[in-house]
Design a binder for this molecule. Structure first.
Ligand code: UFG
Length: 332
């Protein structure tokens, strides 16, 4: 099977490629990305015969078409996107242009080359400010940030192209975090809670909690953190069922059905790593960050029932894996 992973050099894409190839040594992963990151090198070392990498901007239809010309693709997992909510509020054109055009080009080429199986990385941010918790897939879609609106538009494009023979699974991720086999979050700049918290604890910096005046029990935002290996498994299960024609045209939340506040995560990490934390570490309350919504917690029953997806990992597992990953970086 030839699986095309767009944005496969990034954190979620590379972890998913790793997970798929570990389970299926006969699969080939064709990875497209704007950047050739360390993740690609790691994957090529681990799976020298299973990775084909193209450094391509998907907004260039002509370049993207070379990939479909070169190889018969059996299924596509479309990760490629700009993903930082706060940045998207300042860079509207960049986010809409990249996220929407890359998806449109991909869909058009899938149609042209009769590639029918698509898994799309969507986001819980398409729900906007939660009207009720936990959030099921039927919750109204009222995206707030430019990033979230771009994901909603891409979902609409996919729904339209499904009338032209594309079978989709849309996965609405809640908050992916954690590390596997030496692959962890390396966004530039890093904006996510868990890697920033652990780095502050190891390096002895001040960690800023963005806002404690949200309408939540302790005033800090609540999120549903899903371990990256569980998330990779959600892609793999979706792919298997799509390729086996057991499902088509489904939308699933991917979370653990449980939320933790930012303050709870900070206190949990302090408790877990006490004695090892750099003595200069401390945390402060800062002002709210633009685009943040108070609480996002998944009702993730549908993916359990239809795919048999049961997350294995807890918030403690996530924190431990990031601690190990970041400590390893410091020691090498
Ligand atoms: N936070 C801090 N301090 C930091 C970093 C984050 O207090 O230094 C807070 C944020 O304000 C937010 C929470 O931690 O309240 C989680 O923030 P993240 O940046 O880790 O994650 P987000 O919830 O903003 O966004 C993530 C993905 C998005 C996706 C969204 C959907 O990055 O792509 O989850 O839930 F849309």
């Amino acid at each position: 099977m030839n699986i095309l992973l767009t944005g496969g050099a990034g954190y979620i894409g590379a972890c998913t490629a790793l997970f798929i190839l570990k389970l299926n040594p006969n699969f080939k992963c064709i990875i497209i990305d704007k950047e050739e990151t360390q993740n690609i090198k790691k994957l090529q070392i681990l799976f020298p015969n299973n990775i084909k990498f193209y450094k391509i901007d998907m907004c260039r239809m002509d370049l993207l078409e070379t990939v479909f010309n070169d190889t018969k693709v059996d299924g596509v997992i479309h990760f490629a996107a700009y993903t930082i909510v706060s940045e998207s509020e300042k860079e509207t054109y960049k986010y809409f242009h990249n996220n929407i055009n890359s998806t449109l080009n991909l869909l058009e080429l899938m149609k042209k080359y009769a590639v029918s199986n698509l898994i799309f990385s969507s986001s819980a941010s398409v729900y906007g400010v939660a009207e009720y918790l936990p959030i099921d897939e039927d919750h109204p879609l009222k995206p707030v940030s430019t990033y979230a609106i771009s994901k909603k538009i891409c979902e609409d494009l996919i729904l339209k192209y499904s009338e032209r023979g594309i079978n989709y699974v849309i996965l609405r991720y809640f908050n992916p975090a954690g590390a596997i086999d030496g692959i962890g979050e390396e966004h530039n700049p890093e904006t996510h809670l868990i890697p920033l918290l652990i780095r502050s604890m190891l390096e002895g910096n001040i960690f800023k909690i963005f806002g404690n005046d949200f309408p939540t029990p302790d005033g800090t935002c609540i999120r549903d953190f899903i371990h990256i290996e569980d998330l990779a498994n959600a892609h793999f299960l979706s792919l298997r069922k799509l390729l086996g024609e057991e499902i088509k045209n489904e939308i699933f939340n991917v979370g653990i059905n449980n939320g933790y506040s930012v303050m709870e995560v900070v206190l949990k990490a302090i408790e877990m790593f006490k004695g090892k934390v750099n003595k200069n570490f401390r945390y402060i309350i800062d002002s709210r960050r633009e685009g943040d919504v108070p609480a996002l917690v998944a009702k993730a029953n549908k993916i359990k029932n239809k795919l048999g997806f049961y997350p294995k990992y807890t918030i403690e597992d996530i924190l431990q894996s990031v601690w190990n990953y970041e400590s390893q970086k410091i020691s090498t």
